[in-house]
Design a protein around this ligand. Structure first.
Ligand SMILES: Nc1ncnc2c1ncn2[C@@H]1O[C@H](COP(=O)(O)OP(=O)(O)OP(=O)(O)O)[C@@H](O)[C@H]1O
Length: 268
């Protein structure tokens, strides 16, 4: 990861663009889930990935951070092919990719502050992490982030005492603590009520916008995708069938993505 942020290359991509070429994933031989994905995602702004259940949205995100091994293809990011990294290079690349999960993935018995500081684990020496002796600068940053997500009052509360919306705020703050170059969010609002979902999307897009880093969000709620994303990618059957601005997404596109059409009809 050696390109300077903000640089625009001759091809028009900026330094944090993510370029995916011919990405294929087969969990079982000859049964591809991703069937040759080609995408260039700009190095800033929020991209929403929509599509029916089982179409491969989570698999796509997990190939990018290598929680899942791609079968073939390239995932170029900041001068490296993430699909081919091994060992230390892979660990370092992963450290720069913040992940936000549907089920939050917090350590329930630890405090909010400790969960946030765990976002720094890739950066502090093992002995410090073991003794939970984090640098004061990290603690100050964590308090700043808790303030930014409206959780300053619960810093010392255990994660298992929080509501779903509060947990997801911790999840986002923890991802930002990593100082990521990219954030991937897999269904971050699926377990939340509609109002809290909007608040979470606002926080995600605001914090990523302030840092000028790209965010890719898998989301089932098309309304939220259109409201918060600068770009929508529609997938179906392991292919990308829509790639464009939210206001370009027509009913015909939605039918191509989700199939059928009756579900689009409004009731009288
Ligand atoms: N670890 C795995 N092993 C085998 N098959 C898997 C694995 N993970 C996902 N799959 C299969 O890959 C396909 C795509 O799953 P994926 O979770 O990527 O879809 P999705 O679009 O994110 O769905 P949802 O919106 O329901 O989360 C599904 O058929 C799923 O059963």
């Amino acid at each position: 990861m050696n390109a300077a942020p903000g640089l625009v290359t001759e091809s028009g991509q900026d330094a944090r663009s993510l370029v995916i070429r011919d990405l294929v994933k087969e969990y079982r031989r000859n049964k591809p889930v991703l069937r040759g994905i080609n995408l260039t995602i700009a190095g800033h702004g929020l991209t929403a990935v929509i599509g029916p259940s089982g179409t491969g949205k989570s698999t796509l995100l997990r190939c990018i951070n290598r929680l899942v091994e791609p079968t073939s293809g390239e995932i170029k990011f900041m001068g490296q092919d993430l699909a081919r990294l091994r060992g230390r290079q892979l660990r370092e690349a992963r450290r720069r990719i913040g992940m936000v999960f549907q089920e939050y993935n917090l350590v329930e018995r630890l405090t909010v502050m400790e969960n946030l500081l765990s976002g720094r684990l890739g950066y502090v020496p093992v002995w410090r992490a073991w003794l939970r002796k984090f640098p004061q600068a990290d603690i100050d940053r964590a308090f700043g982030l808790l303030d930014a997500v409206g959780l300053e009052r619960v810093a010392l509360r255990r994660a298992d005492a929080l509501s779903g919306g509060q947990r997801q705020r911790v999840g986002i703050a923890r991802a930002i603590m990593q100082e990521p170059d990219l954030i991937l969010a897999d269904e971050p609002t699926s377990s939340l009520d509609p109002k809290t979902s909007v608040e979470i999307m606002e926080i995600l897009s605001r914090l990523a916008g302030e840092r000028d880093i790209p965010v890719i969000v898998n989301i089932h709620n098309v309304g939220l995708a259109k409201r918060f994303a600068q770009r929508v990618v529609g997938m179906t059957g392991g292919h990308v069938v829509y790639d464009g601005p939210p206001d370009g997404l027509t009913d015909a596109d939605l039918k191509a993505i989700y199939g059928g059409e009756n579900w689009l009809d409004e009731r009288p």
